[in-house]
Structure formats: structure tokens, C-alpha cells
Design a protein around this ligand. Structure first.
Ligand code: S3P
Length: 176
């Protein structure tokens, strides 16, 4: 990617702050904000947990890919993606080619602590030990996040606003 991008996509595991940062970033830039999870819920008229329970993960992934394609068409746009969007190769190709991809990361313990403050249910983290599940997802997805990311930010010591400002600084090539 060269020049100022017209699409920024945030990737990373659940709890990495993608939706909050995307909202702040889009507000600062005056761009559209798309959240692929919210788009899937709109498209299907169901919550993500209901979609997983009634149709399965594969059906969710189909909708997620359609949501990503629609989001990429709404330029200029900041896109918050679901943590598993990178699992599909076609999604990775679209993201890498069409957006500045920022991987928001933090240690699993930090992500779990953040998730505890949210009501939202994550079907892939349901069960007794979400930290073990999230760690397994991290191990499986690490190569994919590395592959698509143009920029990697460790957000463990940063507020969502600081993350948004850092991304703007990088995008506009100014230091802060
Ligand atoms: C998922 C993460 C969720 C949501 C779905 C699947 C995943 O989004 O897309 O529950 O595969 O990691 P968040 O990353 O916003 O939690």
C-alpha cells in the first residue's frame, strides 16, 4: 500500500479493542465505520451466538465474508473485524490488498480481563476456561495475523484513544 489509505481494517483476537478503536478512529477521520459482526447480525436478523447455535460456524463465516466485502466497498472506511476473519484465505487476500491492516494485540490475560467487563457472549470462548480457549485461538491464528498485518500494536498499556491516535499518526506519517 502506498499513500494515505482509504480503508483501515482492525484485526486481532476478542478483547483487543477493535470495535471501540474503530469507532474512535472513524470519528477522528470523519470516515465510515463498519463492524463485520454487527453487519452479520443485521444481514441475518440474529445475534452471533444464535447464528452459531442454529446454523453453525461455517454459516457465520459465509456471512462474515459477505460483510467484509460490503464493508470494503464503503470508502473511506474503518472496519472492525471479528477475531476469526483471518482464518479464511480469501478474507486475508482482500484485507491485505485493499486495506491498511492493523493487528491489535495484547497478552491473553489482558484480553480476558477486558472481556470480563463486557456482557457480549463469544460462542468460541464459551465454557469453563475461556483463557485456555483464547490461547488456543491465538496459537492457531498467529501466522494469519502476522501475514495480513501492515502494522502491529501491543495495546496492553494503551487506552483505545491512544491506539486510535497512534494509528492516525502512522497513517498521516507524523510523530506524536
Ligand atoms: C470470533 C470473534 C467474535 C465474533 C465471533 C467469532 C472469533 O468477534 O466474530 O464470535 O472467531 O474469534 P470479536 O473478535 O469482536 O469478539
Amino acid at each position: 500500500m502506498t499513500g494515505i489509505p482509504e480503508r483501515i481494517a482492525l484485526v486481532g483476537l476478542s478483547g483487543s479493542g477493535k470495535s471501540t478503536v474503530a469507532r474512535l478512529l472513524a470519528g477522528r477521520l470523519g470516515w465510515h465505520m463498519c463492524d463485520t459482526d454487527a453487519m452479520v447480525e443485521q444481514m441475518t436478523g440474529r445475534s452471533i451466538p444464535a447464528l452459531f447455535a442454529e446454523e453453525g460456524e461455517a454459516a457465520f463465516r459465509e456471512c462474515e465474508s459477505a460483510a467484509l466485502a460490503a464493508a470494503l466497498a464503503r470508502t473511506p472506511v474503518v472496519i472492525a473485524t471479528g477475531g476469526g476473519i483471518v482464518v479464511r484465505e480469501s478474507n486475508r487476500v482482500l484485507l491485505k490488498d485493499q486495506a491498511l491492516v492493523v493487528w491489535l494485540d495484547a497478552p491473553t490475560a489482558v484480553l480476558i480481563a477486558r472481556l470480563r467487563t463486557h456482557e457480549e457472549e463469544r460462542p468460541l470462548l464459551a465454557g469453563d476456561d475461556p483463557a485456555v480457549r483464547l490461547e488456543a485461538l491465538r496459537a492457531a491464528r498467529l501466522p494469519f495475523y502476522r501475514q495480513v498485518a501492515h502494522l502491529i500494536l501491543d495495546t496492553s498499556q494503551m487506552s483505545p484513544l491512544q491506539v486510535a491516535e497512534r494509528i492516525i499518526a502512522v497513517v498521516t506519517r507524523t510523530e506524536n
